[in-house]
Ligand binder design. Structure first.
Ligand code: SER
Length: 877
């Protein structure tokens, strides 16, 4: 039996023999494409080649791509684990033609590979072909039909509608008719009894689609129309996990060697056995084996779990896995992180990024599991409260908002709440839950809705060029523009023929500046990339958009930014020198104000380490190293020791930035100073933790550091002047602080003595209310603390006392209420409650404390007399 690794290799070898160049998988997390969070198909990384925005380096490419289908148009999350053939992360084997071969070769080769190389019996295969769509004005795919007829009996070619046989990447983008290959894996008896044809596309677990060949011919526009593309392309995708299952003769993807390693490891950790059934426990085994891959590879590609965007999707997947082992395998400690070594070992040769970062990924996963298990515990306690409240009121329903709170705050999905509720003979008001859910969705949709119109193309002739490495000003023209509406506001985006504006990437912010059209100036507020397109965000459209444009970057902001970018490289190298080579970049933000650098490291930096890092960077600045930038093949750069980032997609030719080849050499598309001396000075301002195993450094350099230094020196000067230029500033401040402490002590002693007098006066003023000795007075003291002390003192000198002592200290009201312990018990009095209910509103402030002593401070000192009166009234009542 072939292993999954051999099957993957055979696919790649087959297409290499047909003239395809084999490329690595793109990262699973997508950057620079607002329509996608994750790679959901092998073709994503080639989108620009299909749309004609960029020339493909090779007309034929094949690879295996890490894909994730858990958000957006393609979302299989809820199926995963319940059935045996859907996954969150899966490997998509694919072959592509960019304007090269078309249906004849694609269909012929897929047949050859499946039947001749892999030896799948022909009588187990069916294919589907697009039947056409009247509304879209697309005819039946006759060409695919006649190509298939060369290989397969006509009655095995089934016609399919737009839902099954017209593939689209998302709501917009490249698309086209497709032909799918399905395989019938049922035993012969069953096959004889029921024609496999009737089971194609019918969710039968043994009659499944394994390969999709898409013929990309259109781009779906925002208005729903289809625009024909200038060239025709092939995009195919075959799920490796399903193929392996067919070739290994298994009835479930989870029984193949792709998953058996992690399932066995889960068995030995939990002491439970995987039973190949539909039981909740077996679903849990499958959920874990599946989800662990999505979680591990996404984190390895640089995406940490978080509360927004792609990070939130990962957090949800991880929580789904935790819930399953917690609820159905009875395992109450972190489990997923223990599977990491098995997984990393299994994929070491194909996706080495996990193995290379094993410690880091393990740590992040464990921390995230720990945190969620704590939340689950809290949620379970909350559920206990709900159950006991329901028991007391003989109410038999968990209301919708409680179920929603459990879901939203504690991560309980409805099925878990339902399960626990049923065990306690309760029902969940599911309609109300759905209602709350819908409301939340509507709220977040309204908050984030962005309506982007299609491009209006003025000129489609030349490809856009970035000239901003060499110049900050250029005469150019607008190629296309579009309108964007977000939060009720309208804005515009432009693409220029050539541009000096750097688009946000690699952590460096996008340039700002101006575009001058016939003397009309339009501000560029930001510049971003969409795939490879450089998009200028402008405040308004010019009157004459077809006029020639002078594009000018804000020079000062760019120069300050590039100083921070170069400083980031010096810092990165210094971190690796001082802390060790395990340091890997996990995020970076470079702008004109500062640099922020996140990196993997497991401990807080010591003062000594911080000093050493700062010193090393400053030494490299003083060496005034020329910054040397060169384009070269990626392999050469890596051989030279260039640092590449995990989760970053690099092309074959990369830009390499060197600052002394033996010190810092990085793959980088950003802009830099000419020599490190330009940075002047580097100051590390802050070091902190961002997540498990990730530290953050914030620092400044260049003009920003000079400004910061000047500001510090000015402050120092001011202090010196205030202290009349002492010889030794620190000593002089030390002395002042010591003197201050002494004086404070003396003052306290004097005040305490004075307080004895005040107490004696207060004792004279007591009035009797029933069995209470009441003292309510405005007293003249210097601190709120003195009021408290007086209360204590009265307590020791007067039985059954209640004191309401007020003071106006520098225009601010303060109140202390002391109540004898006997009264607290016998009369159920509560000083804290009196403060909250009577005092706080009157003095426009707040406070609190114990039942026998509480204090408050506020803004309204005019009402202190009223405070005393009102409390008296309450006591008399
Ligand atoms: N893009 C198609 C799919 O994802 C074929 O690769 O199914």
């Amino acid at each position: 039996m072939m292993t999954s690794a051999e099957i993957r290799q055979q696919f790649l070898d087959f297409f290499a023999s047909k003239g395809h160049v084999i490329v690595p998988s793109a990262p699973i997390v997508v950057k620079n494409d607002p329509t996608l969070l994750f790679t959901n198909a092998g073709m994503n990384q080639f989108k620009d080649y299909f749309l004609g925005n960029k020339q493909a380096p090779n007309p034929r490419i094949a690879d295996t791509q890490k894909c994730l289908r858990v958000s957006g148009k393609h979302n299989d999350l809820e199926e995963v684990g319940v059935d045996t053939y859907h996954h969150t992360m899966f490997e998509m084997l694919g072959n592509w033609s960019f304007g090269d071969y078309f249906k004849q070769e694609a269909i012929g080769w897929s047949w050859e590979l499946l039947t001749k190389v892999f030896g799948i019996p022909e009588d187990r295969l069916y294919v589907t072909v697009f039947e056409g769509d009247l509304k879209e004005h697309i005819p039946k795919d006759e060409e695919a039909f006649s190509e298939w007829k060369k290989w397969i009996a006509e009655d095995r070619i089934l016609m399919g509608n737009k839902k099954d046989n017209f593939w689209e990447m998302g709501d917009t983008g490249p698309c086209g008719p497709c032909t799918e290959i399905h395989v019938d894996c049922r035993p012969d008896g069953e096959r004889a009894a029921k024609d496999g044809k009737t089971l194609v596309n019918n969710d039968h677990p043994q009659v499944i689609e394994i390969w999709n060949n898409v013929f990309i011919q259109f781009s779906r526009m925002k208005d729903g129309s289809l625009q024909p593309l200038p060239a025709k392309h092939v995009d195919t995708g075959m799920g490796l996990e399903r193929l392996v299952r067919v070739l290994q003769g298994k009835s479930s993807n989870y029984d193949t060697d792709v998953f058996s390693g992690t399932i066995e490891a889960t068995e030995s950790i939990t002491g439970k056995e995987y039973g190949y059934s539909d039981s909740r426990a077996d679903i849990a085994f499958r959920v874990i084996a599946d989800h662990i891959r999505a979680i591990a590879f996404t984190i390895a590609d640089g995406q940490l779990p978080s509360n927004t965007g792609a990070g939130y999707v990962i957090r949800r997947i991880l929580r789904r896995a935790v819930r399953y082992y917690y609820s159905y395998l009875g395992y109450k400690q972190p489990l997923l992180f223990q599977l990491m070594p098995v997984l990393a070992g299994q994929f070491e040769k194909v996706f080495p990024e996990l193995h290379q970062q094993l410690d880091f990924v393990t740590k992040v996963v464990k921390e995230e599991e720990d945190a969620f298990l704590r939340t689950l515990d809290k949620g379970l306690r909350k559920m206990d409260d709900i159950i006991s409240a329901a028991g007391k009121s003989t109410n038999s329903t968990v209301n919708g908002s409680a179920a929603f709170e459990l879901y939203d705050t504690y991560g309980f999905p409805l099925d878990l709440t339902r399960l626990i509720a049923r065990e306690n003979n309760l029902e969940v008001d599911e309609a109300a839950f759905e209602n709350e859910m819908q409301q939340q969705k509507d709220r977040s949709r309204a908050a984030t809705a962005v309506d982007t119109e299609d491009w209006i193309v003025l000129d489609s002739s030349s490809l856009m060029e970035f000239v901003g490495y060499d110049t900050l000003e250029i005469d150019t023209k607008v190629m296309k523009y579009r309108k964007v509406k977000a939060k009720g506001k309208e804005s515009f985006q432009l693409v220029l023929a050539a541009t000096p504006f750097y688009a946000e990437s690699g952590g460096q912010v996008g340039d700002t500046g101006t575009l001058s059209f016939d003397g009309e100036e339009v501000k560029v507020l930001d510049t971003k990339k969409e795939n490879d397109l450089i998009i200028h965000f402008v405040e308004k459209l010019p009157k004459n958009i077809t006029a020639s444009v002078l594009a000018r970057v804000n020079r000062e902001r760019r120069e300050k930014t590039e100083a921070h970018h170069s400083a980031t490289h010096l810092l990165h190298a210094a971190l690796r020198t001082v802390l060790g080579p395990h340091v890997a970049q996990k995020g970076s933000l470079v702008n004109d104000e500062q640099l922020r650098f996140d990196f993997s490291h497991f401990a807080k930096l010591t003062d000594y380490e911080i000093n050493s890092i700062e010193n090393l960077v400053n030494q490299k600045i003083r060496e005034n190293i020329a910054v040397y930038i060169e384009e070269m093949p990626k392999e050469t750069a890596i051989e030279k020791g260039a640092m590449a980032l995990f989760g970053e997609k690099y092309s074959d030719i990369v830009r390499v930035v060197m600052m002394d080849k033996s010190y810092s050499i990085e793959l980088c598309g950003g802009t830099h100073v000419a020599a490190t001396g330009e940075l002047g000075y580097f100051k590390l301002k802050h070091e902190s933790a961002v997540a498990a195993g990730v530290r953050r450094i914030e620092a400044i350099s260049g003009a920003a550091a000079a400004e910061w230094l000047k500001d510090q020196l000015d402050q120092l000067q001011e202090i010196k002047e205030l202290l009349r230029h002492p010889k030794e500033l620190p000593r002089s401040i030390e002395n002042m602080l010591a003197e201050n402490a002494q004086l404070r002590k003396k003052l306290e002693q004097l005040e305490n003595r004075a307080l004895v007098g005040v107490r004696n006066e207060l004792l004279q003023k007591k009035i009797i209310i029933g069995d209470i000795n009441f003292i309510g007075e405005l007293v003249d003291v210097g601190s709120a603390d003195a009021l408290k002390k007086l209360c204590y003192d009265l307590k020791n000198n007067l039985e059954n006392y209640i004191a309401v002592l007020c003071a106006n200290i520098g225009g601010k009201p303060f109140v202390a209420i002391g109540i004898a312990d006997e009264l607290v018990t016998s009369r159920l009095l509560d000083a804290g409650k009196l403060i909250r209910e009577i005092v706080a509103p009157l003095i426009k402030g707040g406070g609190g404390g114990q039942k026998n002593l509480a204090t408050a401070g506020g803004q309204e000192a005019g009402n202190l007399q009223k405070v005393i009166e009102n409390i008296k009234v309450r006591l008399e009542a």
